[in-house]
Design a protein around this ligand. Structure first.
Ligand code: FES
Length: 243
């Protein structure tokens, strides 16, 4: 979806409220109002697909009705127990009409969402978009850590261990999530897990060395990425060890 898609009228959205719509492409879109702004997200929970419009919205925080994952409505970032961000759209308003446009997966990714727009744009220019069939192995244990990946569509799962001792690592990634982080780290030259597409998937690949050079030229953004990277690694390992 590269063009603006019409969703609804401004007047359809209650003040400090939420409403969901199925747009022309068949996607369910949740629109929220907070103060004088409007935000739009995929209307299905990133956990197990529950309709988010059936959840609770206090004017700032959205809570899924099924397992109570929560998100900051202004950023889509997870709060508390939630393990994944909301999948966001860019909102454009023309007169009384609300339109959405799918955002670039890198700009939506938690890892890069807070950095300067100019650095985001430079990173986007370095990405290569590739599509993979279900069953494709993106990398295996011991492979060189060259690229990091941003999931644009589809689903990727991870396995830890070798041969008969292989076990699912418990990570299932969704749109806008980043994996293969080791490509950003100097002390981690090889992969410690196997990444497999479990359905047809589209990915943005970004060379780790080139990304680090861009981030080094904008230390404020580089600091934000590394701080966010530490948070993501901690969250995934905590989540995995609890499963
Ligand atoms: S389905 Fe929404 S939190 Fe589980």
């Amino acid at each position: 979806m590269s063009k603006n898609m019409h969703v609804c009228k401004l007047s359809d959205i209650p003040v400090h409220g939420i409403m969901d719509f199925v747009i022309g492409s068949g996607e369910r879109v949740l629109v929220a109002n907070f103060r004088d702004k409007y935000y739009a997200y995929n209307g299905n929970c990133p956990h197990q697909g529950t309709c988010l419009a059936e959840g609770f919205f206090d004017g700032a925080v959205l809570t899924c009705s099924k397992h109570l994952w929560q998100w900051d409505i202004t950023t889509g970032k997870p709060i508390g127990l939630a393990e994944s961000p909301l999948e966001g759209y860019k909102v454009e308003i023309e007169g009384d009409e609300i339109y959405v446009r799918q955002a670039n997966a890198l700009k939506m990714a938690e890892l890069f969402s807070d950095i300067s727009t100019s650095t985001q744009d430079r990173l986007v220019q370095l990405t290569r978009r590739e599509e993979y069939e279900s069953g494709s192995v993106l990398y295996d244990l011991g492979d060189t850590t060259d690229d990091l990946y941003i999931l644009e569509s589809g689903r990727v799962e991870f396995e830890l261990g070798r041969d008969d001792r292989t076990s699912a690592a418990g990570f299932i990634l969704r749109k806008g999530e980043v994996f293969g982080w080791a490509a950003l780290l100097e002390q981690q030259p090889v992969r410690i897990a196997k990444a497999v597409c479990v359905e047809k998937s589209a990915l943005l690949r970004l060379n780790g060395e080139e990304a680090v050079k861009v981030l080094a030229s904008d230390p404020a953004s580089g600091y934000l990425v590394m701080r966010q990277l530490a948070t993501l690694i901690t969250r995934h390992f905590t989540s995995s060890s609890e499963k």
